[in-house]
Design a protein around this ligand. Structure first.
Ligand code: 0SG
Length: 209
C-alpha cells in the first residue's frame, strides 16, 4: 500500500464544504512523511505544518458541533475575534497550512505530468521551484527564501522521492505516478475549495514573513 493511497482525501460534497474532522484526520498523516526526507531543514517545515494542524485541532475540539466544516470555523472566528480576524486563531493557521498544501499539490502534479530538467532528470528541483514560486515565494522575505534554497539543495533524488511516497516499497515508477494522479483528484479539489473559501470570506492576507 502506498503512503499516499493510505491517506487519501475524501470526495467533497456538492456544496464543496470541507468536513473539519475528516480534513484533520487526513492532514495529520502528512507531517510524518518528512521523517523519510533526511535533512534537518525538513524538520523545520514539519514543525511549522504540525503547529498549524495542532492549532486548528485545538479550536475544533473545543466545540466539534459548532465547527463541523472549515467554513464554520472561519465564520465563528470572524464573529468572535473582531478586529484581530483573520490574522489570528485557526483562521491564520489554516491560511498558512493551505499554502503548504498548495505547494504539495503543485509539486506532485508537476511530477505526475512528467515535468523534468532534461540535463538532470533524476533531480526534482524544477518541480520544487515551480511549486515554491506559485504557492509560497510571495509570502516569504529574504531569510525564509534562504531556508527554501537550503531545502532545495537537500531535496531527495526523484527516484528516492517517488519510493518514499510509496513508503519505500518496490513500486514501479509508472505505478507510483498513477497513484499520485489518483491521490491528486480529491486532494486538489479540497485545496481549491479552501482557497475559494478564503477568497469568498475575504480572509486572505498577503503579508510576508
Ligand atoms: C521534497 C522537497 C521539498 C522542499 C520543500 C521546500 C519548501 C519550502 C521551504 C520554506 C521554508 C518554510 C519554513 C517556515 C516558514 C514559516 O515562517 C512560514 C510562516 O509560518 C506561519 O507564520 C505559521 O505557520 C503560523 O502559525 S500558526 O499556526 O500559529 O498560525 C504563524 O505563526 C505565522 C506568523 O503569523 S503572524 O503572527 O505574522 O501573523 N510558513 C510557511 O511559509 C509554510 C511553509 C510550508 C512548506 C510546505 C512544504 C511542503 C513540502 C512537502 C514535500 C512533499
Amino acid at each position: 500500500m502506498s503512503l499516499l493511497l493510505d491517506n487519501r482525501f475524501g470526495e467533497l460534497p456538492p456544496d464543496n464544504s470541507v468536513n473539519t474532522k475528516l480534513f484533520l484526520e487526513t492532514v495529520s498523516h502528512l507531517p510524518t512523511f518528512f521523517d523519510c526526507l533526511g535533512s534537518k531543514v525538513f524538520s523545520l517545515i514539519k514543525s511549522d505544518i504540525n503547529g498549524n494542524i495542532t492549532k486548528i485541532k485545538e479550536v475544533y475540539l473545543k466545540d466539534p458541533h459548532r465547527y463541523v466544516t472549515l467554513q464554520h470555523i472561519l465564520e465563528s472566528e470572524r464573529q468572535d475575534l473582531g478586529a484581530e480576524w483573520p490574522k489570528a486563531g485557526a483562521t491564520l493557521a489554516l491560511m498558512w497550512l493551505k499554502r503548504g498544501l498548495r505547494f504539495i499539490q503543485i509539486l506532485l502534479q508537476s511530477l505526475a505530468d512528467g515535468e523534468r530538467d532534461l540535463n538532470q532528470p533524476n533531480l526534482i528541483r524544477v518541480n520544487i521551484t515551480k511549486a515554491y514560486e506559485q504557492a509560497l515565494k510571495r509570502y516569504h522575505g529574504w531569510f525564509v527564501q534562504k531556508i527554501f534554497n537550503t531545502a532545495l539543495y537537500a531535496a531527495p533524488y526523484r527516484s528516492n522521492f517517488l519510493k518514499a511516497l510509496s513508503k519505500g516499497e518496490d513500486v514501479k515508477e509508472e505505478e507510483c505516478l498513477e497513484n499520485l494522479r489518483h491521490f491528486l483528484v480529491n486532494f486538489a479539489a479540497t485545496v481549491d475549495a479552501i482557497y475559494d473559501m478564503y477568497a469568498r470570506l475575504n480572509a486572505e492576507l498577503d503579508y510576508t514573513v
